[in-house]
Structures are given as C-alpha cells and as structure tokens.
Design a protein around this ligand. Structure first.
Ligand SMILES: Cc1cc2nc3c(=O)[nH]c(=O)nc-3n(C[C@H](O)[C@H](O)[C@H](O)COP(=O)(O)OP(=O)(O)OC[C@H]3O[C@@H](n4cnc5c(N)ncnc54)[C@H](O)[C@@H]3O)c2cc1C
Length: 428
C-alpha cells in the first residue's frame, strides 16, 4: 500500500509536486533503483548524466521518506568518521585520513553545483554553527578548527568563545562554537523533487506508488511490484530505513530511529533577532538538537530521537520544552507543523555500501547525517556501476556488526546502547 506525504512544513511549501506514473507491465533499463529519496535520486542523476538508461521505483512519492522530512542541514560531519578512518586504514593505509577528510567537503560541492547548474529552487544558504553544549565540547571543536587551518580550509571556519557565540545565536545555552561558512542549509523536499526532475529531463524513468515486493537476482536482475516488472543489468537498493527487502543479508545491521521536527508560526522580526546570520545550528551532544530558520521566517527545530523505532505519540509536546529552553523569547509561540521520519542507524555509524550479488547493490545507513552523505554515495555508486570500483570497494570492505535476531532485538539493544552513551556523556 502506498502512503501520501506526511503533513509537514516541507509538504506545505512544495514548489512543484511530483506526479509520476505507477510501474505497469514490463520495462527494461540499464539500472533499476529501488527508493526515491536522496540516495536513489542522486544516483539516478549521476547515471543519467553519464548516459545510462535509469529507472527509479518509489513505493510512495519522490522524497516521501527521510529525504523529504529532515532538518535540511548539509554539513561535513560524516557519521562514524573515526570508525571509518580506522577501518579504511586496512585498505587504504595512510591515505585513509585524506580520503575521509575529503569526503567531509564533497557533499556540499555536489549539491551546490547541481543546484546552480540546473537552477533548483530549494532555499539554499551558506552558514552553520556547531555549538558547544558543555565547556568540554570545545576541545573537539578546537581540534577541528585547527585541522581546517592545517588543511587549507581555514578561510571557511571561525572558532567562537562563549561571548562571541551569543552574537550569532541569541541563546545563553552555549559555551562556544565552530562557525562553518562552507556548510549549507536548504529545503530538502524541494531539492529532492528538483533533482528528480533533473533526472527525468536527462531521460530517467520515474515510477511512484510502486512498492517493490521482490528483487530477482542473476545476470539479468529484475525489480518486481504488484503491477509491473523492471528488468535491468544492475539494481541499486536505496530504501534505507523504510524497506524490508533482502532481510537474510541485510537484517540486523540497520535500525530505524524515529526523529521529530516542529516548525513555529512565522516569527516576523524575532527571526532575525534570534538568528541574525541565518545559520543552521546543531549542538555537540550525542543525541542533539538542531534548528534553522525557514525562508518565510519560521523556526524549524528538531531534537532527540526515539531509538525504539516507533514514532512519539506527541512530538510537538516533546520538542516544545527543548525549543523554549533554547529560545525563551519564543515561549508560547504557536507550532504550525510537527512531523516525524525514520533515519537508518548503523551500529558503528559507517555508511553501508555493498553488493547482495554480482548485479544487485545496496547503499544505506547514514545515521542521521545523510543529506551530504547520500549525495556523495550517489556519486560513488554511479562510478561503481560505470566500472570505477575503488571508492565503492573501500566502503564495501568496512565491517558491520550483525545483531542476532536483529529485526526483533536490534532496536531495544540500540536504545540501551544510546542510553549508555548519553549517560557517559554527562560525565565528560
Ligand atoms: C527528522 C529527520 C531529520 C534529519 N535531519 C538531517 C539533517 O538535518 N541533515 C542530514 O544530513 N541528515 C538528516 N537526516 C537524515 C537524512 O534525512 C537521511 O540520511 C537521508 O535522507 C536518507 O536518504 P535515503 O534516500 O537513503 O532514504 P529515504 O529518504 O528514507 O528514502 C528511502 C525511500 O525508499 C522508499 N522505499 C522503501 N521501501 C521501498 C520499496 N519496497 N519499494 C520502493 N520504494 C521503497 C521509501 O518510500 C523512501 O521514499 C534526518 C532524518 C530525519 C528522519
């Protein structure tokens, strides 16, 4: 069964709603992609630009999942960076550090270039603050700042102390911060829909309201829905936290966590008063709060996570105290929209790229940091399908823990692990 879009600020401010047909009958392409979020759509654009005949099969609507519901923050903080560096040293040696460092800046470049090249209207803006919730968080921010200086990215970053951070974000909460002007923020649903239009204009086929029931492997793989069959030379599974396909190979490795966001009524002059430089912000906690202003001057605020994999019964009631603790000036401001979405959490937080068979690939699990990462992955997957396997192989060689009986036990274990890490964080 297909579902409509969730009611959100993003859904209410779509520039051009998608209206692609259902997959019916038999269709043949070079590459079939399951899932029309950023991973699927970005890979489709990359492949279509390289001259491949591509088709996306989406269960609901383009951008229906996390890609059309997220905080819109395009930052270089890859999930699992330290684990990634460690594991990649096995395959890349000393070059692993450079490889991971360069990944940090690649998603922003891809998105900015695509938005400019194809004129995608998605409220794209520069500027991000990573805020120190505790004085001890300044150590890591300072180390990051120094790494940027040493690696030639110093012009984009500024380390702010407790006094300076209040000039850019009008809250008493923070002990300092790292201001990064290379990072971006944007309207993710309009970006995803715009990229899908780009893919279609380059010849990609897009099917909506077409849940994939099965993938047939073999030299000529196929994607099967209730009403049609899509045959291809290669298949990419890009359903992230929303798909239940290929459980034997993928079960117990990625766990859905429900994340929530609220959006206030337009704030008028208060918008500039609380966030005069129009920055996107998140804090340094393990389970963090994140926010930014929308194009029409609302505060879009997300925070916390439900690692049980279930939505909160009242996300607005949960987030209001966090929002008002950040900006007491907004006490009582009406909340116009509240929604939730599933992010795919991987235990070591390294994005999962791999092959299920010679012809079927998968890419998923950005642990809540997927806007930039999904675009990097789109480039890596397209290169792999075109025969340039190096970057794909580097990710595919990373080991991922499989939780036994993971579909049943994984989320409770994840919730317990997160609780433990949050407890540890209190002492640091
Ligand atoms: C509330 C929230 C806030 C977030 N904030 C940020 C942020 O500010 N910055 C950031 O970097 N990241 C953020 N993230 C994470 C980011 O949104 C995701 O990592 C990213 O969008 C994942 O993209 P995706 O294409 O892999 O998956 P999704 O966008 O979830 O897309 C998967 C698609 O596959 C489809 N699908 C599933 N099963 C099938 C099937 N059987 N047949 C056909 N189609 C299928 C689904 O319908 C869905 O459209 C946030 C996530 C959430 C939920």
């Amino acid at each position: 069964m297909s579902e409509p879009r969730c009611a959100s600020y993003y859904t209410a401010s779509i520039h051009q709603e998608s209206d692609y047909p259902r997959l019916e009958g038999e269709v043949t392409v070079d590459v079939a992609i399951v899932g029309g979020g950023f991973t699927g759509v970005a890979t489709a654009v990359e492949l279509a630009e390289r001259g491949y005949r591509v088709a996306i099969v989406e269960a609901n609507k383009i951008g229906w999942g996390a890609s059309g519901r997220n905080g819109g923050q395009v930052t270089g903080s890859l999930s699992g960076e330290a684990a990634m560096r460690k594991q990649m040293r096995r395959t890349l040696g000393e070059a692993a550090d450079d490889f991971v460092w360069n990944l940090r800046w690649r998603g922003q470049r891809i998105i900015r270039q695509r938005v400019e090249q194809y004129g995608i209207a998605c409220d794209l803006k520069h500027g991000h603050l990573q805020a120190a919730w505790k004085p001890s968080h300044m150590t890591a921010l300072r180390a990051d700042f120094e790494a940027c200086q040493a690696r030639g990215m110093g012009e984009h970053v500024e380390l702010l102390d407790a006094h300076q951070v209040r000039d850019v974000i009008r809250t008493e909460l923070y002990h300092g911060g790292l201001l990064n002007r290379y990072n971006l923020h944007l309207h993710p649903l309009n970006l995803c829909l715009g990229e899908a239009r780009v893919a279609a204009s380059l010849g990609a086929l897009i099917f909506e309201r077409s849940p994939v029931e099965r993938i047939d492997h073999g030299p000529s793989p196929a994607v099967i829905t209730a009403h049609g069959t899509l045959r291809a030379d290669r298949v990419l599974l890009a359903g992230n936290a929303y798909h239940r396909l290929e459980r034997r190979r993928l079960g117990g490795r990625l766990f859905p966590a429900s994340l929530g966001i609220v959006t206030t009524a337009p704030l008028g002059g208060l918008a500039e008063a609380i966030n005069p430089q129009d920055l996107a912000v998140y804090d340094c906690r393990f389970v963090l709060d994140y926010y930014r202003l929308t194009a029409d001057g609302r505060l879009l605020f997300g925070g916390g996570a439900n690692y049980s994999g279930k939505d909160s019964p009242d996300i607005a009631a949960e987030l209001r105290p966090r929002l008002e603790a950040t900006f007491p000036q907004l006490a009582g401001t009406p909340i116009d929209y509240a929604w939730q979405g599933m992010a795919g959490i991987v235990i070591n937080r390294i994005p999962m790229l791999g092959k299920l068979s010679d012809t079927v690939y998968y890419a998923q699990g950005y642990s809540g940091h997927g806007v930039a990462t999904s675009h990097i992955v789109g480039e890596i997957m397209a290169k792999a399908i075109a025969g340039h396997m190096e970057e794909f192989d580097t990710f595919a060689a990373c080991r991922h823990l499989k939780v036994p009986f993971g579909d049943a036990l994984g989320n409770p274990l994840l919730a317990a692990g997160m609780w433990y890490y949050q407890l540890l964080e209190r002492w640091r």
